[in-house]
Design a protein around this ligand. Structure first.
Ligand code: FA5
Length: 350
């Protein structure tokens, strides 16, 4: 081939370069970039075509045109890599309206799609209710103390005026952990109530006492809409000189007012618990039906004696409220078994 053939080849390399770079600048999205790569750098692409034609040039023309073509190849590859990286970084591989054409290719990002909302956790409804109840009592001057779920028989029963042969022990069917030393009051159990926190607190401090103690309780129960085998209680205890039944009623009325509002009807009735005298329970109106939420009473003189307090000098009142029952009444929950069934449809309402 003549030198004019060499000049033609070099000219076509230059115009190919201009065309390729303009095309690359205009290519938007992963698909367009890939089309460009196939057209200019692919095995059957236009640059390969130029390289193939070099064979028809004489040796010196072939050498210079070959060098120019190889230089262009390197330039185009570098420009392509740079363009692709920039496109991936800006997240516009699949630009607006491009998602249909790319057909959801792996790795394609459509920046126009709305973000996915991440699910956040929240406190269990029992925990929320317990915190609200504790806040009400804390504001009335009661201090929060924590107890153990695994408890000694001595505190769950004996110190509370419930000796081993007392028939009232059957009121709460117990889940035992170790019964081997029961006769000495040393049996170990899952607490059936939070009341063991009464003697535990009084053993440690002198009056005045004013505490609330939340926690889980366990009983062998035939479960139904208002009874679970595991549930929570919030225990309350106040001991001082001169406390009377009026203080107990005033405290619990105020508690009900804070939780349910002033309009809700509550009712006290006589009840029996071996560790109080007199004993009561308090119920709240639920669509014309009374639902019991707590047991309470004046601390029995024998319980005060058991911890070394003088019942001639000190009197006190105590109560045990069930937060699941309170939440049922407050939020209209029909069945207590929802609380521990771990169903997100229920739990996420709170
Ligand atoms: C007691 O457990 C006494 N310790 C309460 C008490 C404390 C009385 C201090 C006097 C002085 P009772 O078994 O009634 O009492 O339970 C008290 C409250 O716990 C009930 O009103 C109810 O709200 C809740 N509760 C009791 N058993 C269950 C259960 N199986 N499932 C759900 N909540 C329960």
């Amino acid at each position: 081939m003549t030198s004019s053939g060499a000049a033609d080849t070099e000219e076509s390399i230059t115009s190919l370069k201009d065309e390729a770079l303009a095309g690359l600048a205009a290519a938007s999205g992963a698909e367009a970039l890939e089309q460009w790569r196939v057209e200019f750098l692919g095995r059957k692409g236009r640059l390969t075509g130029v390289l193939r034609n070099l064979g028809s040039l004489d040796e010196s023309a072939r050498r210079s045109a070959g060098a120019a073509a190889n230089r262009l190849k390197g330039e185009l590859e570098a420009a392509f890599d740079e363009r692709r990286t920039a496109s991936q970084r800006s997240g516009t591989e699949t630009g607006p309206g491009d998602s249909g054409r790319s057909g959801g290719r792996t790795g394609a990002i459509d920046v126009t799609l709305p973000g996915r909302r991440s699910r956040t956790g929240r406190l269990h409804p029992s925990t929320q209710m317990i915190r609200e109840m504790l806040e009400a009592f804390n504001e009335m001057g009661f201090q929060t103390v924590e107890g153990n779920e695994v408890e000694l028989e001595r505190y769950n029963f004996d110190m509370l005026n419930l000796p081993a042969d007392h028939p009232a022990r059957d009121m709460q069917d117990t889940i035992w952990i170790d019964r081997s030393s029961r006769s000495e009051g040393g049996g170990v159990l899952l607490r059936t109530q939070t009341s063991p926190m009464q003697p535990r607190t009084m053993e440690k401090q002198d009056p005045p006492v004013r505490i609330v103690s939340p926690g889980k309780c366990f009983r062998i129960e035939a479960t139904d809409a208002t009874h679970e085998w595991q549930f929570h209680q919030v225990e309350g205890l106040a001991v001082d000189e001169g406390l009377s039944f009026a203080d107990l009623k005033g405290t619990l009325y105020e508690f009900a007012r804070r939780i349910f509002g002033a309009g809700r009807k509550v009712r006290f009735r006589c009840d029996f618990f071996p560790f109080v005298e007199p004993g009561v329970d308090m119920s709240v109106d639920w669509n014309g039906r009374w639902v019991e939420i707590l047991g309470a009473g004046m601390v029995h003189p024998q319980v005060l004696r058991n911890v070394g307090y003088d019942p001639e000098k000190y009197t006190g009142f105590a109560f045990g409220v069930g937060p699941e029952r309170v939440a049922m009444l407050k939020y209209g929950i029909e069945d207590i078994r929802h609380f521990f069934s771990n169903d997100l449809r229920f739990l996420s309402q709170f």
